[in-house]
Design a protein around this ligand. Structure first.
Ligand code: NAP
Length: 637
């Protein structure tokens, strides 16, 4: 990589840089550790101040230092960076984290990946057991399924992906509603093993995400392993042969196929939830769910009724409000809004240039985002059992956060206290998913042709929606932004394990698994983004999927190393883990609050969320402990 741009150009680019990432990148590029000045240390724990809470003078000094260093590197002919030893990299990491994340150090070294792809399996099937029968079926070609395929291929394990849709992308293929975009910073919401982090936005649109996953599948030549238009209807364990028999449906009808192991990568948020509202079927106009957007329906000049004010609605209502004559928005529970000024902004050209052209910077940029979000606001959403303050918060820190978020609503709508009252949540921050906002949502709600209805819905009629106060809200089009059947894991698939046990009957609407991945009685059946692996206020779910994939690949390694045919999680390990998770979830805002949310299942148990830190999941999924499993078949019998 070489640069020959003049100082003015470099200065302008550096003005847009994330300084806490630029200094260590330049130190690595030049080998000059004196760049890591004590007076320029950032604070990754300050979530609300930009640039690691560095003050103006510090920033000016750091920018000057960066400019001199980069210009000097250019003038020296852009020499290749010296090879850094792990110890030196640790010094750079310690500078970036200011010692605040010492517990995370092993994870951070891996996350930085300064020396290649640390998640790549360090074994292959050919080395361990070339002749062992091991064919893996992955269900789903979304983000998690593609990650699993990538790692299996690196390990030389034969696999195929069965995908019900006609393309890859999963949720990013299915959700095409206007305004759909990722709400985790993109440079983090991307695979650790793809070099390309050239995102157009800090929070890119659905189209950019879909292109990313399509490009990945093409570049890695994964599509030839995928059977599109193929839905898995049922999976049954054939104990005598230690394999799974799958019933699949495709254009040719129903077929059966076998695999030694199955990895479900079907996601949590993909089966739309249709509300049980009386009269829904009587609506005379077009009606659709936000995740099944009907692009043939032109909303221009129409009266549109939208039910729901969750993550999906908050993204599409501002767009459709520009086309529709009127929007009637039915809110049951308002969401908390997290101020995010750059939510819709493109990555500025100077920053993009640095990411593309300064060696190591893209890696440090992602790393810095990781440090900032690893713990996120987790400590501020944990329950203090002795908290006796406002019942709309769960601790003093949670109350501080609540007041900050209320202040944001008041500041956004200074002359409309009635609207502020209507959209201020009466439950603790993080009891439901908090949504990003750059001012768009409050501005949309105050538009004259947008009517926020907070009276409960009585029924849907042929011509609109009637609320319990007797008012009829006429509409030409009805959009259900009512979310997903999140807690119905793996539905509508039938999964039958050892001794003919049906997984859904076993769960009884209360899905549980060990690490969200394996279930006793279901040997060699693995899940990615399974029960209790949803993260709420920290990190990126892609990180979690990669951790789960790492663990599953480790399980397959165990099978091959031990010469076993099947591996099954021990019941006591599974039960102990779930008891820990339940205890910990009750000590989080989402577990303590009684507000309705998709984090809980029909039994009121938090079946979705991971209550611990990212570090905890990384540690627990680093490699499977053989003692957690029963091994059967092959050499183990
Ligand atoms: P959601 O958050 O579950 O929101 C559903 C909305 O519909 C809620 O406002 C809910 O009200 C309302 N609702 C449901 N049934 C109702 C009924 N019978 N009557 C009146 N209102 C009803 O669903 P979502 O917005 O699709 O988001 C789901 C999750 O998907 C998000 O939390 C997020 O994890 C993910 N997502 C992410 C993105 C992103 O990253 N960009 C975008 C979209 C979705 P209550 O709150 O009262 O239940």
């Amino acid at each position: 990589m070489a640069i020959n741009d003049d100082d003015d150009f470099l200065r302008a680019a550096i003005d847009e840089a994330e300084i806490p990432a630029l200094l260590p990148a330049l130190a690595q590029l030049t080998g000059d550790l004196s760049l890591l000045r004590d007076d320029l240390r950032p604070d990754p724990t300050d979530r609300f101040s930009p640039q690691g809470a560095l003050g103006d003078e510090q920033l000016a000094a750091a920018r000057e230092l960066a400019l001199r260093t980069l210009a000097d590197w250019r003038d020296r002919g852009c020499p290749t960076a010296p090879k850094f030893a792990d110890g030196q990299v640790r010094r750079l990491i310690e500078f970036t984290t200011s010692g605040a994340l010492d517990d995370y150090l092993p994870l951070l070294v891996e996350e930085l990946a300064h020396d290649g792809d640390p998640g790549r399996p360090d074994w292959t099937k050919a080395e361990l057991a070339a002749d062992a029968p091991l064919h893996v079926v992955i269900i789903g070609a979304g983000m998690s399924g593609l990650a699993a395929a990538h790692r299996l291929r690196q390990a030389g394990v034969p696999f195929e992906i069965l995908e019900k849709n006609a393309d890859v992308g999963g949720t990013w293929l299915e959700n095409t509603y206007p305004g759909c975009r990722v709400d985790v910073t993109n440079h983090l919401y991307s695979f650790s093993f793809t070099g390309n982090h050239d995102w157009p936005g800090h929070f890119s649109t659905q189209r950019a995400l879909l292109d990313y996953f399509r490009d990945f599948a093409d570049e890695q030549d994964l599509k030839r392993h995928i059977r599109f238009g193929t839905e898995v209807v049922a999976a049954e364990y054939v104990e005598a042969e230690h394999c799974w028999e799958l019933e699949v449906r495709d254009a040719g009808g129903s077929r059966r196929l076998r695999a030694q192991a199955v990895i479900s990568a079907v996601g949590q948020l993909n089966r739309p939830s249709y509300p049980k509202i009386s009269g829904l079927a009587d609506f005379a106009g077009p009606s659709f769910h936000s995740a099944r957007w009907d692009h043939d329906v032109d909303l221009t000049g129409k009266r549109v009724a939208v039910i729901g004010t969750g993550a999906s609605a908050v993204q599409f209502v501002p767009i459709i409000a520009e086309q529709a004559a009127e929007v009637h928005l039915f809110q049951r529970t308002p969401p908390w809004l997290v101020p995010t000024p750059d939510y819709h902004d493109p990555v500025p050209s100077g920053l993009r240039w640095l990411l593309r052209n300064v060696p190591h910077y893209a890696r440090w940029y992602r790393f810095w985002l990781f440090c900032r979000s690893a713990e996120g606001v987790l400590p501020a959403v944990a329950v203090d059992p002795d908290w006796a303050g406002d019942p709309r918060s769960v601790s003093a820190r949670n109350e501080e956060l609540r007041q900050l978020l209320v202040a944001y609503l008041e500041m956004s709508l200074p002359d409309d206290p009635e609207l502020v009252r209507k959209i201020t949540p009466q439950y603790p921050p993080a009891a439901k998913r908090m949504l990003r906002d750059n001012g768009t949502w409050p501005a949309t709600l105050r538009q004259e042709d947008v009517h926020l209805v907070t009276e409960p819905i009585q029924e849907v009629t042929a011509t609109g929606v009637r609320t319990t106060d007797g008012r009829q809200h006429d509409a030409d089009v009805l959009i259900l932004a009512t979310g997903f059947q999140a807690s119905n894991f793996l539905t509508p698939m039938r999964v039958t394990g050892r001794d003919g046990v049906d997984l859904h009957r076993r769960w009884g609407g209360d899905a549980r698994a060990y690490l969200g991945i394996t279930v006793p009685g279901f040997p060699n059946f693995f899940m990615i983004y399974g029960p209790n692996t949803n993260i709420v206020v920290n990190g990126s779910i892609i990180f979690f999927s990669e951790c789960a994939v790492n663990y599953i690949v480790g399980c397959l390694r165990l099978l091959l190393e031990r010469g076993s045919a099947a591996l099954e999680c021990r019941a006591e390990v599974h039960d102990g883990f779930n008891a820990d998770v339940d205890r910990a979830n009750l000590l989080m805002s989402w577990g303590k609050s009684t507000v309705h949310s998709w984090y809980k299942n029909e039994h009121g148990r938090v079946a979705q969320n991971w209550p611990f830190s990212l570090m905890e999941y990384w540690k627990r999924t680093k490699r499977p402990d053989p003692a957690d499993f029963l091994l059967r078949g092959g050499g183990s019998e």
